[in-house]
Design a protein around this ligand. Structure first.
Ligand code: AMP
Ligand code: MG
Length: 475
């Protein structure tokens, strides 16, 4: 594809006006480019001229952009609120030379009509964090929004202390959330709800456009995509941290990276987010929380599922009941691959559970355990027993050792964004203006399955002093 400049379209801004408000990025005194994702720009077929800091701080709008803030609602830690983009502006949709459509959003660009008491701003650290983790997720092959650029605005913002203000440019299949449907449903405006559903189907599930029970089919497919997504998270040890319904995208992409982090020591109860005091979004709870969010989504869709309430509810329940099996089977498929298994056998869930039990009991590093599974040296007798059982299972299926190992290396990352390394890189960038550790980390994370190519510090678990690691929303 021959790169070209922006090609904006603004279909979201053509929806009924309840769904958004016009909004403009705030003035920034001295914008400076911190990161620019050249590889992503190429994937988007983008050739950008002009000053990138001016562009990505929202000081010069791309031709054809019609900036808006999107309206939505959401259950935040279980409580329902009317929200909306309080610190983000959707510039519009860029259409690539291949015809693919992506939302271009500035995050941290100032107040909007939905800012409530917030300042609409973002600090550099959290925007860099979203950049690092979202790009790492993409490299791992997990559906996610992407990060095109981070700029500092030249303004100081106040959090607990003064911090450099920054804007992240986020690329997404769309920013339609479960909370967008909750917003339409809360207004009890069935016509608008239908417009939103038709729009989302056309954009993300076009195969359903002609279907005669398209809203039920839509619900089924949204559930299936989320089940697949969460299974991918669990298999790499990703903890989102704030799985509120406004942070769940209908496209099936991972979205809204706040206090997210990757598991180091395996434990299903792991929570990193300082605000998740009850462990609602703990690692092991993520599938159940996704199911809970999808139940809120199904409730929002009820008016479209049927005119007789009991029938609509029955359809919603039927769809929701598919989630546990869809999730379980996607997870099992993923875990079998992590063990280098190409076939399915009845005892596999037990074999996997036994490994996880051993990992939990010995506080093993999740990523490195899978990476070194075929090497029982330095491990205890319980692991050796498991290893013998696993070897028998592998021999039984008859896959060659080389094929099995190749499969394992294609799904078990050698490197993940380790919390202590992410923190170190963000601190160097934010406090010392030193981008070298961040750029080095980004290079390594771009090839997570490249075995033994990264320096050993990228493989090593956090030093014991980093235990009790916490992430902060940093909003
Ligand atoms: P988040 O935790 O980033 O998913 O945000 C939850 C809600 O709070 C969204 O509606 C955001 O737009 C809003 N929000 C977060 N931070 C700010 C801020 N600094 N100013 C205004 N609104 C914000
Ligand atoms: Mg959010």
């Amino acid at each position: 594809m021959t790169p070209r400049s922006w090609q904006f379209d603004n279909t979201y801004a053509r929806l009924p006006e309840a769904f958004f408000s016009k909004a403009l990025p705030e003035a920034a005194r001295a914008p400076q480019l911190v990161l620019f994702n050249q590889r992503l720009a190429e994937e988007l077929g983008l050739q950008l001229d002009g000053d990138l800091a001016t562009l990505f701080s929202g000081q010069a709008l791309p031709e054809g952009a019609e900036p808006i803030a999107q309206a939505y609602a959401g259950h935040q830690f279980g409580g329902f609120n009317i929200l909306g983009d309080g610190r983000a502006i959707l510039l519009g949709e860029h259409v690539t030379p291949n015809g693919a459509r992506f939302d271009i959003q500035l995050k941290g660009s100032g107040r909007t009509p939905y800012s409530r008491r917030g300042d609409g701003l973002a600090a550099l650290g959290p925007m860099l964090r979203e950049y690092v983790i979202s790009e790492a997720m993409h490299a791992l092959g997990i559906p996610t929004t992407r990060s095109l650029a981070v700029v500092t605005t030249g303004e100081q913002i106040f959090r607990e202390t003064q911090r450099p203000g920054a804007v992240l440019t986020r690329i997404a299949a769309s920013h339609i959330r479960v909370g967008t449907f909750q917003y339409a449903a809360a207004r009890r405006d069935e016509a608008n709800l239908r417009v939103l559903a038709d729009y989302t189907i056309a954009r993300h599930y076009p195969e359903l456009t002609e279907s005669n029970d398209k809203y039920a089919a839509f619900l089924h497919l949204v559930i299936a995509r989320q089940a697949a997504l969460i299974a991918r998270w669990q298999c790499v040890g990703f903890i989102h941290g704030v799985m509120n319904t406004d942070n769940m995208a209908l496209s099936g992409e991972t979205i809204d990276y706040g206090p997210c982090a990757f598991l180091d020591t395996y434990h299903p109860g792991t929570v990193f987010s300082s605000i998740d005091t009850e462990g609602r979004y703990a690692y092991g709870n993520q599938p159940a929380m996704a199911h809970w969010n999808l139940t809120r989504f199904a409730e929002s869709l009820l008016p479209l599922l049927g005119t007789v309430e009991e029938e609509a509810v029955a359809m919603a329940v039927e769809a929701l009941n598919t989630f546990p099996d869809l999730y379980e089977s996607a997870w099992l498929t993923g875990m079998r691959r992590k063990l280098g298994l190409q076939t399915a056998e009845a005892d596999d869930p037990e074999l996997i559970a036994a490994l996880l039990t051993w990992m939990e009991a010995t506080e093993a590093d999740f990523t490195n355990s899978f990476r070194t599974l075929d090497d029982p040296t330095d491990k205890d007798a319980a692991f050796e027993a498991w290893h013998t059982r696993w070897q028998a299972r592998r021999q039984h299926e008859g896959t060659s050792e080389a094929d099995s190992l190749a499969l394992m290396r294609s799904v078990n990352p050698a490197v993940i964004p380790r919390n202590h390394l992410v923190e170190e890189a963000l601190a160097a960038a934010e406090s010392d203006n030193d981008l070298a550790p961040l750029n080095a980390l980004l290079e390594v994370l771009a090839q997570p399955y490249a075995y033994d190519s990264a320096p050993s510090k990228y493989h090593e678990p956090a030093p014991a002093s980093a235990c009790g690691y916490k992430t902060f929303c940093g909003t």
